[in-house]
Design a protein around this ligand. Structure first.
Ligand code: FAD
Length: 429
């Protein structure tokens, strides 16, 4: 056993976007921060498309110039629908707030490494290759973590406060039996990198494309080095029943989507295909006495709007204030900080979920494929897609109107003559 003193103010478990963000901010405020990461960066991670609202966060962290060097500029989203026989591109520049007109596609190995090094540069102690196995909250205060390093050494770390940023490993939610599968929305994915994919021309080269197909949808994410990330999002049952290896299955799925097949006609797969199980879940709590959960350690819904990294980093910014209040504020200040944090996180997830749960429905697809800016609804939708879900945003009334139109459209479609449909309802998908 090494390391035994109660050495730290804050222990952060996980060096993904959430953990590195909160660690950097707290260390810069003078807290003694220990970040423990089970892997060694750079390491592969899925989730390569960022939102425009990520950009100011990168600026505040002081890493924007570095991300500029590794990131493919992303100015919009292309939606391709087989039932409409066309593609539609929505540019972030047409959003409500014109300042947020671009973002990036990134290799997460590079992106996460930059954020982790930044946390260390700002004063956090970073230990890589060390998995936190358990955490306890002794009656006398603080938190004790036991961990095992990849050289076999066991460690014991103590701190005053714990931030769980362990991603889909959901360290605390598992330990406290708080994890709940999302019954409203289940999905899983198969994905790989391809070389030689046909990209959109000119400035649109870095746009993400979303291709709907009979079993769900694909992402097409062009990366800076010429490779393109391709993933299919389908029901977990469909992926589980594949009956073949993951790579062959991914090729079979691509063949079911002619528009994507055309873009990949001259491309070759250049990474091993991977599959995830059902990843839609939420913890019953996101905070408690001496702890906070951030990013995927609390919840993950779906990748369709590329929200995961943004929510993880924004959670890191909001969470840093909760930790500061817990360490230095009065009990009332600490409670107020937690309430504000929880309300903001819940509201942001609810804002995105409403659309995500309906993305495969014909009425929603019709609205996305025929964008109209009456009452600034299109601008509002684009701002939502940029990540404008925190605080008192002016886009809300226009989004309420969009929802009303969605319900009218859904009602009308339900009561009109059946039309040929290539896509199943979400509960069948
Ligand atoms: C198929 C798929 C596609 C996605 N596509 C996108 C996308 O295009 N855009 C987007 O923004 N998001 C996307 N996401 C979501 C995105 O990947 C996550 O939301 C994001 O990575 C969350 O960041 P995080 O810091 O919370 O967790 P993570 O990035 O997962 O980081 C958690 C870290 O904790 C470490 N860790 C875990 N357990 C321990 C432990 N016990 N001890 C020490 N370290 C530990 C892990 O090694 C990891 O480095 C996608 C997700 C999936 C499943």
């Amino acid at each position: 056993m090494a390391h035994s003193a109660s050495d730290y103010d804050v222990l952060v478990v996980g060096g993904g976007p959430a953990g590195s963000t909160v660690a950097a901010l707290l260390a810069a405020r003078g807290e003694r921060v220990l970040l423990v990461e089970k892997d060694r960066h750079p390491r592969f991670h899925i989730g390569e498309s960022l939102l425009p609202m990520n950009v100011p966060l990168l600026e505040k962290l002081g890493v924007k110039n570095e991300i500029d060097r590794i990131g493919m500029p992303k100015y919009g989203v292309e939606f391709v629908s087989p039932t409409h026989n066309k593609a539609v591109t929505l540019d972030f520049a047409q959003g409500w707030d014109k300042r947020f007109f671009y973002s990036y596609q990134v290799r997460r190995s590079e992106f996460d490494h930059i954020l982790l090094k930044n946390a260390a540069a700002r004063g956090a102690t970073v230990v890589e290759g060390c998995r936190v196995a358990d955490v306890t909250f002794p009656a006398e205060g603080g938190v004790v973590a036991t961990a095992k390093a990849d050289d076999g050494c066991e460690h014991r770390f103590t701190a005053r406060f714990l931030v769980d940023a362990s991603g889909r490993d959901t360290l605390l939610a598992n330990k406290l039996s708080l994890k709940q599968r999302n019954e409203q929305h289940k999905s899983a994915a198969v994905f790989a990198h391809f070389r030689g994919a046909h990209r959109l021309p000119d400035k649109a080269e870095g746009n993400i494309s979303v291709f709907w197909f009979a079993h769900g949808w694909f992402w097409f994410i062009p990366l800076m080095d010429g490779t393109t990330s391709i993933g299919a999002v389908c029901s977990p049952e469909f992926i589980k029943a594949r009956g073949t290896d993951v790579t062959s299955f991914l090729h079979q799925l691509i063949a079911l989507c002619p528009a994507l097949s055309a873009r990949l006609a001259d491309a070759e797969i250049c990474s091993e295909a991977q599959a995830t199980g059902n990843y839609s879940y939420r913890s019953k709590r996101m905070s408690g006495d001496r702890y906070l959960m951030l990013g995927d350690a609390y919840a993950f819904i779906d990748p369709v709007f590329s929200t995961g990294v943004y929510l993880a980093m924004k959670g890191g910014f909001l969470g840093a204030d909760v930790v500061s209040a817990a360490l230095h504020g009065t009990a009332a200040e600490a409670r107020r900080a937690v309430r504000g944090f929880e309300a903001a996180v819940r509201e942001s997830l609810a804002s995105f979920s409403w659309y995500i749960y309906r993305m495969n429905r014909p009425a929603m697809r019709d609205l996305f494929m025929a964008p109209r800016n009456a009452f600034r609804m299109q601008e509002a939708l684009l701002s939502l897609l940029s990540g404008d879900v925190f605080g008192h945003s002016p886009i809300k009334p226009s989004l309420v109107l969009f929802k009303c139109i969605y319900f009218i459209k859904a009602f009308a479609l339900k009561h009109s003559a059946p039309r040929p449909r290539a896509l199943p309802e979400p509960d069948q998908a």
